[in-house]
Design a protein around this ligand. Structure first.
Ligand code: CTP
Length: 398
């Protein structure tokens, strides 16, 4: 999915050792279709040359040296051009100056002249980023609609360990997608996505699992995040860069417990549940404590299985819009089976996916028939399909 196709993103780079990481971010944005222009402070140019950004963005970089009024290579031209202004890395000096409306360099002048959405990813020593002045200024800017990408924890260039590392480029990229795709409908909603295939323990080291890769679920989590929803992921698969609230759950029982908690917390808003996890239908009838020795079992092991609880049937659906997922192998009976599940489990919608040429376990492409108020078929990469299904559900709710 060309998530950022032809979107005009202005990348501001300030002075700091993390300045080189902005190159990878620029690359990532461009790879996903964005047109990127770069503005750099003089301090940033002490860490990294503008030629690198020029080579990656195929565009002249705006600096004190390059500003021109013969074309739009100036702070007003860049400010008007941008659909999104990202500063990464943003030094503490820049964050605090922005909060005070200071415009004493080209990047700050561009920032104050620009009325596009803003995204700031700070990077500094933890004492500087956690200083009360910086914190207050971040709060102040957040209150007027500037979005911040939280700095990460880890070893800092100065030798300290703490908060202050520039967020991963992938996370900043995801936040950029959210800034450009979010809409009023999804911003007011919570999306709960169950991910991966559950594993049911046989003993303390072995488990019964299934072939689900969790890629479809991650597609739904990303799409909901980009559209602006508050997203919870529950399961044993996650995208480590996607800033959702993740609850680890391996077995059906753990998934049900986590789901009950999240539903209870979000019971006052209309939430959407995408039950994309492949919940194991069978669990060991008697889980063995410790590790079963081969000699004790012999050449074959006749396990006794019991049917697992059906989570979708059991959860409280009062304030939920519930989407079930049906994966079938037999194309003849797939549709009837999906309708039966929708009725039996009292679901609002079903995503039916017939495993075959396009939809394979672990594949990146899928084909889903959405059975909701209306019925439609979606084919493509798992993220595009999820995105289009969310937009369809949004339109149906009107
Ligand atoms: N599901 C669930 N709890 C289970 C099994 C499935 O909540 N114990 C959910 C899945 O997450 C999915 C949907 O129910 O959203 C699939 O339901 P169903 O078709 O009953 O599961 P299958 O295992 O595909 O059923 P069958 O094996 O009978 O084809």
């Amino acid at each position: 999915m060309g998530l950022l196709k032809d979107r005009r993103i202005l990348l501001g780079v300030t002075g700091g050792i993390a300045a080189y990481k902005a190159l990878y971010l620029a690359r990532l944005l461009i790879k996903n279709g964005a047109i990127v222009r770069v503005v750099m402070t003089s301090a940033a140019r002490r860490f990294i040359g503008e030629l690198s950004f020029e080579a990656i963005s195929s565009h002249k970089v705006l600096t004190d040296n390059s500003e021109s009024w013969a074309n739009d290579l100036n702070h007003i031209g860049f400010a008007k051009w941008a659909e999104l202004f990202i500063i990464a890395p943003a030094s503490v000096n820049t964050i605090n100056k922005i909060a005070c409306g200071v415009a004493d360099n080209l990047l700050l002048q561009t920032f104050i002249a620009c009325d596009a959405p803003k995204l700031i990813a700070g990077a500094a020593n933890s004492a500087m980023i956690e200083n009360a002045i910086t914190k207050q200024n971040i709060e102040k800017l957040t209150a007027i609609g500037v979005n911040f990408v939280k700095s990460g924890y880890g070893a800092l260039a100065c030798g300290d360990e703490g908060i202050g590392r520039l967020a991963k480029a992938e996370t900043i990229f995801y936040e950029a997608c959210r800034a450009l795709h979010k809409n009023v409908f999804w911003q007011a909603r919570t999306a709960i996505v169950t991910c991966g295939g559950t594993r049911e323990p046989i003993d303390d080291v072995r488990a019964i699992g299934n072939l689900s890769s969790g890629k479809t679920a991650i597609g739904f989590a990303k799409a909901a995040f980009f559209l602006g929803a508050k997203v919870y992921t529950i399961g044993n698969v996650k995208d480590e860069f996607l800033p959702t609230r993740h609850i680890e759950a391996d077995s059906a029982c753990q998934m049900k417990e986590a789901l009950d908690r999240v539903i209870a917390q979000n019971g006052d808003t209309k939430s959407y549940l995408f039950m994309a996890a492949a919940v194991g239908d069978w669990a060991a009838a008697n889980k063995i404590d410790g590790k079963m020795k081969k000699e004790e079992v012999g050449a074959t092991w006749n396990l006794s299985l019991r049917q697992n609880m059906d989570i979708l049937s059991a959860i409280d659906k009062q304030n939920l819009y519930v989407v079930g997922f049906k994966a079938e192998i037999d194309p003849q009976n797939a549709y009837a089976s999906a309708i039966k599940m929708k009725n039996n489990k009292r679901l609002d919608a079903v995503c039916l996916n017939v495993i075959g040429d396009i939809a394979r376990f672990g594949g990146d492409e899928t084909k889903i028939t959405l059975i909701a108020k209306s019925e439609s078929e979606f084919i493509g990469d798992k993220l595009s399909v999820a995105y289009n299904i969310l937009r369809t559900l949004e339109k149906e709710s009107a």
